[in-house]
Design a protein around this ligand. Structure first.
Ligand code: HEC
Length: 76
């Protein structure tokens, strides 16, 4: 999952940390659910959704050719 987020965030500085934050917040929903801690599930869900909207507010996907992509990530 880290590799996938790193790959997708290569052309967009700051994207990968936001993506990883969303995943780690989502993992906390599972941990809270396993403990049957209702309040912690709600809190972790709220934080996960905040990390979704925080990223959507900052990034828009651009569909590009492989050639353009390689330029964006400074690959020859
Ligand atoms: C690290 C950034 C990031 C995070 C975190 C993120 N997204 Fe996204 N999401 C995107 C980008 C970029 C697109 C591409 C659409 C665009 O350009 O607006 C997208 C698209 C979507 C779409 C499709 C929208 C459409 O118009 O086709 C949905 C639905 C969506 N995200 C839901 C979520 C949900 C739910 C979460 C949290 C659990 C989440 N996303 C977290 C970056 C992110």
């Amino acid at each position: 999952m880290n590799m996938m987020c790193n790959h997708m965030g290569q052309g967009a500085p700051g994207f990968t940390p936001m993506a990883l934050k969303m995943h780690s917040e989502a993992d906390k929903i599972v941990i809270a659910a396993e403990k049957k801690d209702f309040n912690a599930v709600v809190l972790a869900t709220e934080r996960t959704l905040q990390s979704c909207t925080a990223c959507h507010a900052n990034y828009k996907q651009q569909i590009v050719s492989e050639e353009v992509w390689n330029k964006m990530i400074n690959k020859k």
